[in-house]
Each structure stands twice: as structure tokens, then as C-alpha cells.
Design a protein around this ligand. Sequence first.
Ligand code: PLP
Length: 368
Amino acid sequence: MKSHFKNIEQKLSNRKSENALRELKFNENLVDFCSNDYLGLATESKVHILDEVVNETFGATGSRLISGNHKVTEEVEAFLAAYYKAESALIFNSGYNANIGLFSCLPQRGDTIIYDELIHASIRDGIRLSNSNSFSFKHNDINALEEKINKAKGNVWIAVESIYSMDGDEAPLKEIVEVCKKYDAALTVDEAHACGVFGDKGEGLVVEYGLENEVFARVATFGKALGSHGAIVLGNKLLRDYLINYSRAFIYTTALPLPSIFAIKKAHTFLKGNIERIQVLKDLISYFKFKIQNSKFKIVVSDSSIQCIVIPGNDAVKALAEKVQNNGFDVRPILSPTVPKGEERLRICIHAFNTKAQIDGLFKAIGI
Ligand SMILES: Cc1ncc(COP(=O)(O)O)c(C=O)c1O
């Protein structure tokens, strides 16, 4: 196996030479400006202390189609369908799984998927597993989208995120919906970073704009603002039946354990009863944006929890992130090749539990 290990070593040393080696780290008691726990639900005991589990089987015991389908799981799916204003809902083990499961089986051979160039890796991987043609279009550019649709064959599928995970910027959903209508294209929207943050009770941007009947499918994930784990595909009943029959990422895996199912329900019930947390978060985002608007740094315009400051070069952005961390604030550098060279950035996530004083301290550490 000498040559196998040699190749692996070579790939790792390529990463090292680009100063882009990924390493696992612990969060060292720093002020959290990097997690996806936007509303602080990950540490909310009312969500995670689960009396319900006592009388239930702990593990799912199998895939949903064999022994892992529990009454409570279907009840939670019905609850979530109502919460997110969808006809139907199907839980997947994670957002990654949901996207793989959706995109690998929806478009048929001869169809075309057109996706935003900044789309999440899970959607790209799902597309790679499908038998369809695929093109990317320039980020958030409606004309580019229309151009690509004009070249498409078969049924056309469009994939966007409502809030983009790297930059936190928003897709022009209303315009995209209009283009989809014009060309009879089916739109799928990944709401991973909008869910919990937009909409009256965190239903996401599609509901905030009243577009729930205009999209073919939505993916909401629960490991971010909902502070738990898992994801859901929202759509009509036909879609749910189809996924149960054809989505390999749904069929060939053990279902989520019941504590996760209960936690998902509790997180939503908690959020519905504490929607002021969303406003607290929004106020902090406004404070952040107000304070950074006249700084010398290039920023990415965003109304979401995710805010980015562009610091070109892996070395420079890593050094700044380290300095900020040494000052007690957990921010992470986003390096190339994750983003194009020259677009390296500090990615800052704002949470409802952060304070204005913490934001002031963070800015001081960055040099703003
Ligand atoms: C846009 C987007 N979609 C999907 C996922 C995957 O979700 P999960 O973490 O639940 O697998 C992520 C998480 O990084 C994401 O940012």
C-alpha cells in the first residue's frame, strides 16, 4: 500500500503548502462568533431535556422503510409541514443527506439542473449523483440564469439557497420565481441559514415572501438556528411519496434516533413561544452593520446572521483570525480554495446571545 499512502501524503502536503490544511479544533471558551447556533437553542435546556424519551425506544432501530418508522416521527413531520406552510414533509438525517437525497433522484436522465455557482457542496454532490445535465449560473444573476435555461434540455430544475452559507447574502427569490414560472422550471430552495431567522416564526424566506406555493421543494435544516440536528424536505404529497420510493439517502440509512425527533419538535415549539429571540438577533445584526459601514474593509452585504469581511490571501486572513481569537473571540477564516483566491474572508456569525459590547470588542480586535 506504499503508493496509496504516498498519494494521500502528497495531497495533504499540497494543502499545507497552500496554507490551507484543514484541522479539527476545540472551541476554547471564546465568545462565539462562528457557530450556526444563531438563536442559542443548542444550549436551551427546554429543548434538550427530553422527558418524552423515557417510555420510548431510544434508537430508531432501522431505516424508515424497515423498523425505523415511528408514529412520533410521522406526527412530527405533520407538525413541521404545518409549521412551514407545506402540504407535506419528510425528515432526513441531515441537510447534507436531504440535498443528496433530493438532487440525486429528482431530475431524470435528459433533464437539466441549473444551480447558483455558490451553491452548497451537498447540492453539488447530489447533482453529481444524478443522471441529468447540469450548469451553474453566475451568483444571484437573473439574466445569467435565464441564459442557461434557454440552453437547457428536458425538464428544468433550478437550485438556489435563500441565504448563501459562505457570504450570508440573499437570493433574489421573487425574481427567480418569476423566471421559473416563465419557463416552467421547478425551483428548489435550500433554507439552511434562513430557517429560524426569517419569517414570523422562523419559517424561512420562502414563507416570509409568501412564495411557498411557487416552489417545488424546500430544504430546512435543524442543526443551525434550531439548535438540534436533522433536516426536512418540504413539498407536496407526491414529492414525499416519490422520495420514500426513490431517494437512496432516505431509503438506505438508519432513521434519526427518537431523541432527535423530539428535540426537533421541541425546538420549534420553543421558538414559536419565544419569537422575540429572532428580533434580538435582528437588532444585533443591524448594530453590526451600522458599526462596520464606514470601515476600510470590503464587506459582503448581508441581512442575515452571516457577515463577511474580505481579507485577501490565506496567510493574511489566517493571521488576522488568530489575532482575533487571541483576543477572546471565535471567528474563523474562510480560505481558498473554499472561496476564490483573493476573496479569502473572516466569516462572522452573529447570535441572539451575543451582546453589543462583544461586537464592539470584536471590532476592536479586528482593527475597525
Ligand atoms: C446551505 C446548506 N445546506 C445544507 C447544509 C447541510 O446541513 P447539515 O449540517 O444539516 O448536514 C449546510 C451546512 O453546512 C448548508 O450550509
